[in-house]
Design a protein around this ligand. Structure first.
Ligand SMILES: Cc1ncc(COP(=O)(O)O)c(C=O)c1O
Length: 373
């Protein structure tokens, strides 16, 4: 038996999503740019998926662009904002996903200034400091701050950040890869310029995601070619992937409340059991205020390093993570955990849940943790 508690890294593909995708992997093989019936069938399915994605974030269909995932969506938003919208300064934070941070740093070669907003102990952006930074209006600014942190689950108040960006005339990009489909998002009310999402965090397929671009922000081709995706991202569309993304988001938004209650219940139970069995336990991030309920990051007092804890859990059939997926397997402490700081002798594990997890699994994980730690 395996117990999978690494849903922030990726989620199992839903049967309904697979079923929706299969016809587009086999029988409906037309190129969506072709005018014949096979092509039109593929095109119609893509546009239906686009509508679903648009509805999920209360955008218009023409504001949704399909990409190869969250990484490409974030690259597109930041690089095109610099190239096409005249952005000269990026305000971001040290706990963003590396696809945002590394892209922002690459923009330094384009003479773009990168500034980090101060963080609260939970990893949340300090809004007073953000306002202080925005108050300097000498450079056209893009604020790039994630909604839910992928390592500790802390939520940024994107409504307030959007309002500040509006007040100070800055563009606002938010990475919602972890939160979209779990927390309702309404771009029409949030003053968001760019928003990214990814299917594989939502029981959809890997290698497909989307970028919302507010209609007022006219950006040009990120990938040049045949002009697909309204010329932003050329290349024959990943038809089955896009259908899978649409289905995954449709299911997530339809069952949002039901899943939230279930996952929140599992997370709360896990916290109670952890605290009862490991009195030294520390919880990273914001675990009682504004957090994403799918993520729980905890630090254990232990002589074993993180990779050994993960290895022992894995041997016992339990999948967790030490930070984000790209850091698992590495011995060094995750960048985000380092930034937020844990005392010496503490080691952080991230457990992340989906609606497929069960309370009984938590009992088993606690019993195994007691043997390991
Ligand atoms: C917050 C966040 N942003 C972006 C990404 C990258 O998304 P993708 O795997 O679709 O490229 C991830 C994936 O781990 C993530 O957690």
């Amino acid at each position: 038996m395996r117990i999978y508690l690494d849903n922030a890294a990726s989620t199992p593909l839903s049967d309904n999503v697979l079923e929706a995708m299969l016809p587009y992997l086999k029988n409906n093989y037309g190129n969506p740019s072709s005018a014949h019936q096979e092509g039109r069938t593929a095109r119609a399915a893509i546009e239906k998926a686009r509508k679903v994605v648009a509805n999920a974030v209360k955008a218009s269909s023409f504001e949704i662009f399909f990409t190869s995932g969250g990484t490409e969506a974030n690259n597109t938003a930041i690089k095109c904002a610099v190239r096409d919208l005249g952005v000269q300064r990026i305000i971001s934070s040290s706990v963003e996903h590396s696809c945002v941070l590394n892209t922002a740093h690459r923009m330094e070669a384009e003479q773009v200034e990168i500034v980090f907003v101060e963080l609260e102990a939970t990893g949340r952006a300090n809004l007073d400091h953000l306002e202080h930074l925005l108050n300097d209006r000498s450079k056209k600014t893009l604020v790039s701050l994630m909604h839910a942190n992928n390592e500790v689950g802390t939520l940024n108040p994107i409504d307030k950040i959007g309002a500040l960006c509006k007040q100070y005339n800055a563009y606002f990009h938010t990475d919602t890869v972890q939160s979209v489909g779990h927390i309702p998002i309404d771009v029409s009310k949030l003053n968001i310029s760019f928003l990214s999402g990814s299917a594989h965090k939502l029981h959809g397929p890997k290698g497909v995601g989307f970028l919302y671009v507010n209609k007022d922000n006219l950006i040009e081709a990120y990938i040049d070619g045949g002009g697909q995706e309204r010329n932003l991202r050329s290349g024959t569309e990943n038809v089955a992937g896009i259908i899978g993304l649409g289905k995954a988001l449709e299911l997530a938004t339809t069952h949002l409340e039901e899943h939230r209650i279930k996952i929140e219940g599992i997370r709360t139970y896990f916290i109670q059991e952890l605290q009862a069995n490991f009195p030294d336990l520390l919880i990273n991030g914001d675990y009682s205020g504004a957090y994403l309920f799918t993520i729980l990051s905890v630090a254990f007092k232990s002589n074993l390093p993180v990779n050994m804890l993960l290895f022992k859990l894995d041997l016992k059939g339990i999948s967790a993570s030490g930070g984000s997926a790209c850091h698992s397997g590495s011995v060094s402490k995750s960048r985000v955990i380092k930034t937020l700081g844990t005392p010496d002798g503490y080691h952080t594990l991230r457990f992340s849940f989906s609606h497929l997890n069960k309370k009984e699994e938590i009992d088993h994980v606690i019993a195994q943790l007691k043997e390991i730690i």
